[in-house]
Design a protein around this ligand. Structure first.
Ligand SMILES: Cc1cc2nc3c(=O)[nH]c(=O)nc-3n(C[C@H](O)[C@H](O)[C@H](O)COP(=O)(O)OP(=O)(O)OC[C@H]3O[C@@H](n4cnc5c(N)ncnc54)[C@H](O)[C@@H]3O)c2cc1C
Length: 388
């Protein structure tokens, strides 16, 4: 039994049905289009809405809000399967999903119910905006400010490097309410893209990942009513860090999806490609290189699935998430490159997804904490375990 088959045994029947439906959606709706999204620099809003309407954008949303209330493990596995076809699309979908689940944490009101209903159909797309042009890893140094006024808050500032920002209309925006409090002064607000004071930027021109709609927006005297304060000062930073641990686990699973896609394509290609009178897979150097990739893939999955089990049991996954993410980032970058190398120049061709996977593996080395920030976390844990 494979690690994945073993993990899937822990999923409920309804969760498995959604997972199978996601695999089919990936093969029929993402795979044939992903190359085009990249080359036309297109944010695939129609396909994203289709994915949302099939339930892949509300996996963890509790039933009381109209979702199925499925497990984190189901979300992680769906993200892993869809990433085999295109990471950028999957990343955009999961960002929407996570924003929706958070919006459901607002105090109940007609407004919050309307937002949830529109996000469930994909009429409104969500994003989460912590980063700014001048603040990434050092999230607590963000410059967007929120000033209390009667009935709400006035926000001013700029957000940058935000997935879905090109099309999102429900933007979970982190802002500083009191610089003297540092991270404890940060709050999170639901900002609506169609209101006065919201200035959307054009999407970034990137190498890879156009289907993720990465961009930014400015806020000029933007008013947020009290009812749309998602996390109050003191709570927002803590909640963001908790969410990041979960993200680091499903990012590792997404890396595993891309690496498996690359390994299977390179192996099939190598079996049929002949040089010096034999299949290139018969050259030990090449076969061993792919064996190394397979070993990394197995280890990466073990780390991701272990982290998912910890999260589903409500355990602390701070250190294990950092280890999984670092390992996944590094091994996917080198592993996808090794698979491309095994295919010779053909590995570069757009008819194969490997070059896209390589750019996406780099992308995942920045999001949800860079490899260096993972090293900071891991080295702190090592010191705590062996010295203090
Ligand atoms: C495609 C894409 C999508 C993204 N989507 C989102 C999103 O939806 N929402 C959002 O909020 N953000 C998003 N981000 C932003 C992402 O979270 C940041 O890129 C990340 O936090 C790193 O910040 P930075 O790029 O500004 O790098 P910086 O923080 O400027 O870091 C630059 C370099 O310095 C290193 N460094 C920084 N501090 C330390 C340290 N203490 N020790 C050692 N090295 C250090 C970093 O590791 C990095 O190598 C996205 C990024 C990308 C690329």
């Amino acid at each position: 039994m494979t690690l994945t088959e073993e993990f899937d045994q822990s999923l409920l029947p309804g969760e498995l049905i959604l997972l199978e439906s996601a695999k089919l959606f990936g093969a029929t709706n993402i795979s044939p289009n992903a190359k085009q999204w990249e080359y036309t620099r297109k944010f695939p809003i129609d396909e994203l809405r289709q994915a949302i309407q099939r339930g892949f954008g509300s996996i963890e949303l509790p039933q009381i809000f109209g979702g199925p209330g499925f497990s984190f493990g189901t979300k992680m596995r769906i993200a892993e399967e869809l990433s085999k076809f295109d990471l950028a699309f999957t990343f955009a979908l999961i960002q929407h999903h996570n924003a929706l689940v958070r919006v459901a944490e607002l105090s109940p009101s007609d407004h919050s119910r309307e937002l949830i209903a529109s996000m469930l159909t994909g009429d409104l797309i969500g994003c989460t905006a912590m980063s700014e042009p001048e603040a990434g890893s050092d999230f607590s140094s963000l410059k967007t400010v929120a000033k209390k006024v009667a009935g709400g808050w006035i926000l001013n500032g700029k957000k940058g490097w935000i997935t879905n920002a090109t099309d999102a209309n429900v933007c979970l925006t982190y802002a500083q309410t009191d610089t003297s409090l540092g991270s404890k002064g940060i709050a999170c607000f639901v900002v609506l893209g169609d209101k006065e004071g919201f200035i959307r930027q054009a999407g970034y021109e990137l190498h890879g990942a156009h289907a993720a709609g990465v961009g930014g927006y400015g806020l000029v005297d933007y008013f947020v009513p009290d009812a749309l304060v998602l996390y109050a000062p003191g709570l927002a930073f803590k909640t963001a860090l908790q969410g990041v641990n979960r993200a680091r686990i499903h990012v590792t699973a997404m890396n595993a999806g891309m690496l498996e896609s690359s390994l299977s394509i390179a192996t099939q290609y190598g079996e049929n490609r002949r040089a010096f009178g034999k299949s290139i897979l018969e050259f030990q150097g090449l076969a061993w290189s792919l064996a190394n990739v397979a070993t990394s893939l197995e280890a990466m999955r073990s780390l991701a699935y272990r982290g998912a089990r910890q999260i589903m049991r409500g355990e602390d996954a701070l250190d294990s998430a950092a280890i999984a993410k670092k390992f996944g980032n590094e091994q996917t970058l080198s592993g996808v490159a090794a698979c491309m190398q095994a295919m010779g120049a053909n590995g570069l061709r757009a008819e194969y997804p490997l070059a896209r996977h390589l750019a996406a593996a780099k992308l995942l080395s920045y999001t949800d904490g860079t490899v260096e920030m993972m090293n900071e976390r891991i080295s702190g844990a090592v010191k705590k375990r062996y010295v203090l």
